[in-house]
Design a protein around this ligand. Structure first.
Ligand SMILES: C[S@@+](CC[C@H](N)C(=O)[O-])C[C@H]1O[C@@H](n2cnc3c(N)ncnc32)[C@H](O)[C@@H]1O
Ligand code: SF4
Length: 234
């Protein structure tokens, strides 16, 4: 089965600087009296993947992995929390055809971005920022320093790399979407509007079909290939 795989996702850490309420890290209780907490097994097993183990796994399975695509998507944590993210990035860009990294971007990682920018032909960085102000972004990205997130995304652009801005559209940030699109257009940053994929939790809600159509119209009006918009799903 693995032999036919072209893309591999590695969860290199389960640490995170943020607390997005409907992330898979959280228990998401249906009972409103129970606190939404980081899942027990993640608290008990906080782990950064060992860099030497990572290399060993890849070298021992070279036929399987070499030249394929890789992603540090961060199912349970943010890849930029890993103290050796630079080593992981540099090594992976040698080993794989491409490397994609998803981050909430709120960590101060100026040196890291500068030190890996030469890998821009292989490395694609996705910045998950769901609001143009700290107040809006923090409705979902709780604890993220939004100013730092924008500084990082802009620095990546300044370093002549092409940042990918992942903006998840929820009911609470719908009025901010046009601001985000204008910012992306003005600064020539590729923006991908995503739809909340997780269940509703308190005020974290998926947009309705009508709201989707409203945003779709705004996207059509802007008519700029720098914008992509995920399809709606029921
Ligand atoms: C779980 S996150 C981990 C990486 C990084 N910490 C981040 O948040 O971008 C991986 C991907 O899931 C996406 N994601 C997070 N919450 C989501 C949600 N409620 N609905 C849809 N996608 C979501 C993010 O946009 C990101 O592309
Ligand atoms: S930043 Fe990413 S990994 Fe961290 S809590 Fe939010 S969605 Fe989950």
């Amino acid at each position: 089965m693995f032999e036919n795989n072209d893309y591999f996702d590695f969860n290199i850490t389960n640490y995170c600087n943020a607390g997005c309420p409907t992330c898979k890290r959280y228990s998401m209780p249906s009972n409103p009296h129970i606190k939404n907490e980081v899942k027990e097994f993640l608290i008990q097993n906080r782990v950064h993947m060992n860099f030497d183990d990572f290399k060993k796994i890849l070298y021992l399975n070279e036929d399987l992995f070499f030249g394929k695509g890789a992603q540090f998507c961060g199912e349970f944590g943010d890849p930029l929390m890993h103290p050796k993210i630079e080593d992981f990035t540099i090594f992976s860009c040698k080993f794989f055809r491409t490397l994609k990294i998803n981050t909430n971007a709120g960590l101060k990682r100026k040196k890291y971005f500068e030190n890996v920018s030469h890998l821009k032909n292989k490395l694609v960085m996705y910045f998950g920022i769901d609001g143009t102000t700290d107040e809006i972004n923090n409705k979902y990205r709780i604890g993220v320093n939004t100013k730092t997130a924008f500084e990082n995304m802009n620095l990546w652009k300044k370093l002549k790399c092409e940042p990918q801005w992942d903006y998840i559209v929820f009911q609470h940030n719908i009025d901010d979407v046009e601001n985000a699109l204008n910012y992306a257009i003005d600064n020539r940053i590729q923006i991908n509007l995503k739809i909340n994929l997780r269940e509703t939790y308190r005020e974290i809600r998926k947009i309705t079909k009508d709201q989707f159509k409203k945003i779709q119209n705004i996207v059509y009006e802007k008519n700029d290939k720098i914008i992509t918009f995920q399809d709606y799903y029921e």
